[in-house]
Design a protein around this ligand. Structure first.
Ligand SMILES: Cc1cc2nc3c(=O)[nH]c(=O)nc-3n(C[C@H](O)[C@H](O)[C@H](O)COP(=O)(O)OP(=O)(O)OC[C@H]3O[C@@H](n4cnc5c(N)ncnc54)[C@H](O)[C@@H]3O)c2cc1C
Ligand code: SF4
Ligand code: SF4
Length: 1023
């Protein structure tokens, strides 16, 4: 019979008395005075820290970003004086609700993230709590060492958070029987109690314990209490603590047993911020053989994979993971990892076994030994041994994309954590998997089963209904049954994510009332006032309290410009898309999220912005609705680079949400001048084309240029791009038709504002390259614009009418299937992305989306073989929109096909991001983003190396920051063409628009005035 745990927690006496508002104000003031770090009690900061990766939401009292251990001590002392609870926090990626609370959050990730010391001889390291795991692993690897537990969040999770959760990972298995949880690698912790005592805690041999007890004082009393607790419960601990690699639930009271050396540091690991604040940690490293191979085994289903687990585990792999066919199916439905899933051997359930060695041969021999054993089995699995590093990476991404695959699956209900990391002894996994599936089926739930099978830990996200009372009751019933199931197999409720609030109420099932009482005593020894992360792990909030959604979730239904086809047409659902993984906090590569990479502020992550928008629709912490200047400010540093759309596992599209927000916000507020000067660049460019020389000359007059920039909100440090003396279109329509053009297949070359008016030589080059590739180039005579600059300023009405004009003008082109080729990635991205989001049901929009290409995409697709440029070297920077929604590899493929030795930079965003970097208030951030990787890399490139990038703004940023003139990929191909023709195949015109005849100055002024008048009458300036 299933014992249902109570829905609400039993001991109401432990509930916190709320801190009075005036006390909060005093506390804030006191904190500001006491610490050198940052103190944030504003509603936006509190809103962005209101949740983690879990189903829970609690708005904190305030946020502190300490710069030093001294700051932490002072901050906790201030909290103590005001009776305010404290919640330590790293990257906030927890899944069980332990990283949100009505408390003062101490965020260690911004300033206290140093790896202090690595001692290779003793295989030890010392770290601050905010140090990133991959920073540590990178530094340790230089000594042939590593830190074995590696959660999937390894690139951005912190050591403090790992200690807090007792985290594990793929390589936890590396250390064989010595355990694979973070606790097993803790040598010593420096901790701070809420009472203000700083202690170093580690193993305590008997003589040391006697000494500490003899010394008395707070430390002596604390150790005496711990020893008494241990002695009282030793028998029960030995009897009831399950023996399995992934026992993460509950406090580690077993580490206080004499046979485990009375290890107080390890007993505190996994206490989820409920006992102490970790100020510093001394951790053990293990040898890390450099070479690895990956053996993937395909079975008829995931249950058969589970049955063969013990045999595979016996071969000593350094990682042993499992995935089921649902995960692969979900990835397929979302169009993700197609190439990688194609590498899986035949089967419907897979084991992935990694083998390591000092040499590749050593690793391979280990894998082969297992393969020959398995080949002799009655029904051997399908096998694929991957030695090539790229292939291994691809396959690991399949496993690591577990959450990406299982969240927001089209055609399925939303899936949530809640029973996402249970664990059984590995030898019982074969029983657990089918029984867990049976339970899911009985409740009508869907969820893929995958995870760290080698250690018996199973991941799944389940489509619980967390919005209605019956749905929530059913969820509670399910976790009760699931707990009974896992415990009947000798398992643990949590195998790595911790108990937090999601599992804590179930601990009585796992340990019994008496041991849960021991947990309560353990916490009370460290935290007698019950102020450390209260309501989590012990005397917890009910599983269904503080739900982020819950029965009260009822966001307003808002009229929107974008249609949000992937979020059921709802902006509110779009703001729920972020699942809190925290990938937007990574610092070691990629594009997402450039603003966080330089500010290190949670509010400048994609996640922080998504949370703020979610809170905006709740209207509790921040005013409800679009008219919200604080949200505007918080979104202001979003570069609209679309890095998140491309890299976030669930494709949060903040650039779109920002445009949507700004469009509504500016219905009631005046736009900044930059919106008019930069957002309407097409209008200005058309006017300037009447007298480009004059306009350029005006900007070159120092005082006049400065005044105009100031008026337009443009950074004084920026030089204005020079208007071309003749536009590309004028050149194009003036030139004679090339011979034999009629017989060739047509292609539309999109004359975007930037290449038409500023860099016509790029478009001229593209025409000649396309003709060389066999096309007849057509350029629309009508003045059309995709409206790209308008999105950044939320001018969505204008943007929509610009797109409507395009849809009308290009309908015949779309019907005829004529390819449309663009040169500016951000403009092509409008066709691929915004067009569909704004007109999801328009057939012409759908067709254009499919038949619009970046020049390099089209040329690559038709297999264009450019003339050779052997001996040339290039550094290539991809535009953010290209990386996010277009094919980012096509440029490099073409250049390499031309014989160019090409280094593709992992430089993220250039920092200019359309008009972002031109705007005065963004200049510094823009420079900081550019200086992160791109500008230094270009400076390092030799003078003979070509600098190539297709983005107009990227070219501007590089030119300004380095003095180098970058080339568009069309120009490089054109260069190849010119050289080859010079080398014997006839002369060719340079890619330069011929100069127009100079207009007399009076005519110029007259035309400018006339043009302004016409523009005004036509409403170009007013719309
Ligand atoms: C997609 C996804 C995959 C994941 N995969 C794994 C996995 O493979 N293995 C795994 O173990 N976990 C996994 N997790 C959970 C989580 O990422 C890890 O537990 C991670 O180690 C937490 O680190 P963090 O910096 O985000 O900590 P946080 O979430 O910020 O904190 C974790 C806990 O530690 C406490 N804490 C933080 N700093 C301190 C401190 N200085 N002193 C005292 N307590 C502190 C917090 O109060 C909290 O209770 C995953 C999460 C997600 C979203
Ligand atoms: S925005 Fe994306 S990457 Fe960032 S936390 Fe949310 S889901 Fe993860
Ligand atoms: S669009 Fe770019 S800057 Fe904005 S949230 Fe996404 S990744 Fe960050």
């Amino acid at each position: 019979m299933v014992m249902l745990v109570p829905l609400r927690r039993g001991r109401d006496d432990r509930r916190q008395a709320p801190v009075a508002a005036h006390d909060i104000a005093d506390l804030e003031a006191e904190l500001r005075a006491a610490i050198s770090g940052e103190v944030r009690f504003d509603s936006e900061s509190r809103a962005v820290y209101s949740t983690d990766g879990s189903n829970y939401r609690q708005v904190p009292l305030g946020v502190v970003l300490p710069r030093s251990a001294g700051d932490v001590v002072a901050a906790v002392a201030a909290c103590r004086r005001h009776g305010a609870p404290v919640l330590p926090r790293g990257a906030g990626t927890s899944l069980a609700g332990q990283t949100c609370n009505v408390a003062v959050v101490l965020d260690f990730s911004k300033y206290m993230g140093r790896v202090l010391d690595i001692d290779p001889a003793r295989r030890l390291c010392r770290v601050q709590p905010g140090a990133l795991l991959d920073d540590l692993r990178g530094q340790a690897q230089r000594h042939g060492l590593t830190f074995a537990p590696d959660p999937s969040t390894h690139r951005w999770c912190t050591l403090g958070g790992m200690i807090g959760n007792n985290s594990c990972g793929v390589h936890s298995i590396m250390n064989g029987s010595s355990g694979g949880r973070t606790a097993d690698y803790v040598e010593e912790l420096t901790v701070l109690t809420y009472e203000g005592h700083v202690l170093r805690v580690g193993p305590t041999p008997d003589h040391e314990l006697d000494r500490i007890l003899g010394e008395g004082g707070p430390r002596g009393r604390l150790y005496a209490d711990l020893r008494a607790l241990r002695d009282r419960y030793a028998r029960l601990i030995r009897a009831r603590f399950p023996d399995l690699p992934r026992r993460v639930s509950g406090y580690n009271l077993d580490d206080l047993l004499p046979e485990k050396g009375f290890h107080v540091g390890r007993a505190l690991a996994g206490s989820e911020g409920t006992c102490v604040v970790v100020l510093e940690a001394l951790l053990r490293l293990i040898p890390s053989p450099r070479e690895r191979v990956l053996l993937v085994l395909g079975y008829p289903d995931v249950y058969s994979a589970g049955e063969h687990l013990v045999e595979v585990r016996g071969a000593g792999p350094s990682g042993l993971e499992g995935i089921d066919e649902q995960l692969v199916d979900f990835l397929g439905r979302k169009g993700l990892q197609r190439e990688a899933t194609g590498l899986l051997p035949e089967g419907r359930g897979w084991l992935m076994a990694e083998f390591r060695g000092e040499t590749r041969a050593e690793a391979r021999d280990r894998a082969r030994a297992l393969m020959s054993r398995l080949e002799r089995a009655r029904r051997p699995p399908a096998m694929r041994l991957c030695e090539e590093e790229g292939e291994q990476e691809q396959l690991w991404t399949v496993r690591e994309s577990g959450l990406a695959a299982t969240a927001h699956v089209p055609g399925m209900r939303e899936a949530w954590p809640g029973w996402e990391d249970s664990a059984v002894p590995p030898e019982r996994l074969a029983e657990y998997l089918p029984r867990l599936r049976g339970l899911l089926d009985r409740f009508g739930y869907k969820g893929s089963l995958y995870g760290h099978f080698g250690q018996g830990c199973v991941h799944t996200r389940i489509d619980f209904d967390l919005k209605t009372r019956p749905g929530i009751d059913r969820y509670l019933e399910f976790v009760n049954h699931a707990a009974d199931l896992v415990l009947s197999l000798g398992g643990s409720l949590s195998g790595e994510h911790g108990d937090g609030q999601a599992r804590a109420a179930l601990l009585t099932k796992m340990y019994g009332e008496e041991l849960v009482a021991a947990f309560r005593e353990f916490k009370a020894i460290w935290d007698p006032r019950w102020k450390m992360n209260p309501g989590k792990v012990v005397d917890p909030y009910g599983i269904d309290e503080n739900l982020r959604l819950g029965t009260g979730y009822d966001p307003p239904s808002l009229e929107t410009h974008f249609r949000y086809p992937n979020d059921h047409g709802s902006f509110a659902e779009a703001t729920l898309r972020c699942v809190g993984v925290g990938k937007c906090r990574k610092l070691d590569g990629g594009t997402m999220c450039p603003s966080y990479m330089v500010t290190r502020e949670e509010i400048h992550t994609t996640r922080g912005r998504a949370r703020l928008l979610f809170e905006m629709l709740q209207g509790e912490e921040t005013p409800l609705g679009w008219d919200n200047p604080d949200v505007r400010d918080a979104l202001d540093l979003c570069l609209a680079c679309k890095g998140c759309k491309g890299e976030c596992p669930v494709h949060v599209d903040m650039a779109t949400y920002k445009a949507e927000f700004l469009a509504h916000y500016y219905e009631h507020h005046r736009r900044p001048m930059a919106a008019y000067s930069m957002g309407l660049i097409r209008t200005w460019a058309r006017l300037a084309s009447l007298a480009p020389g004059l306009v350029n000359a005006v900007f070159r007059v120092p005082w006049l240029g400065a005044a105009l920039k100031r008026l337009g909100g443009i950074a004084p440090q920026r030089s204005m791009p020079t208007f071309a003396r003749r536009t590309f279109k004028r050149w194009f329509f003036a030139r004679p038709a090339p011979a034999g053009a009629r017989e060739r297949p047509p292609v539309i070359l999109w004359p975007d504002t930037f290449n038409d008016h500023f860099h016509p030589e790029v478009a001229v080059a593209a025409v000649e390259v396309l003709e060389d590739a066999g096309y007849r180039v057509i350029v629309p005579r009508r003045s059309l614009c995709c409206g790209r600059p308008l999105y950044d300023h939320g001018m969505l009405d204008r943007a929509k009418s610009a797109l409507r004009e395009i849809l009308d003008a290009l309908r015949p082109v779309a019907r005829a299937g004529i390819p449309v080729v663009g040169l500016e990635p951000s403009c092509v991205a409008v066709f691929r992305d915004e067009l569909g989001e704004l007109f999801p049901h328009d057939e012409t929009a759908r067709r254009l989306r499919e038949q619009t290409y970046l020049l390099s995409e089209l040329l690559d697709e038709i297999g264009y073989a450019p003339p050779r440029l052997d001996g040339e070297r290039a550094v290539l920077h991809g535009h953010c929109h290209q990386k996010a929604v277009l094919r980012s590899d096509a440029d490099a493929k073409l250049l390499r096909r031309a014989g160019v030795e090409c280094e593709v930079l992992d430089a993220g965003c250039c920092g200019m991001a359309g008009s972002f970097g031109y705007e005065a208030r963004h200049y510094e951030i823009s420079q900081a983003v550019g200086e992160r990787v791109l500008l230094p890399a270009v400076r390092r490139a030799g003078a003979g190396t070509l600098v190539v990038t297709s983005g107009f703004s990227c070219r501007g940023q590089i030119e300004e920051g380095t003095g180098r003139r970058p080339l568009h990929v069309a120009e490089v191909l054109h260069l190849a063409l010119r050289r080859s023709r010079r080398a014997g195949h006839g002369a060719m015109a340079p890619a330069r628009a011929p100069r127009p005849r100079a207009l007399p100055a009076a005519a110029v002024l007259l035309s400018a005035a006339l043009a302004l008048g016409i523009s005004w009458r036509r409403g170009w300036l007013r719309r």
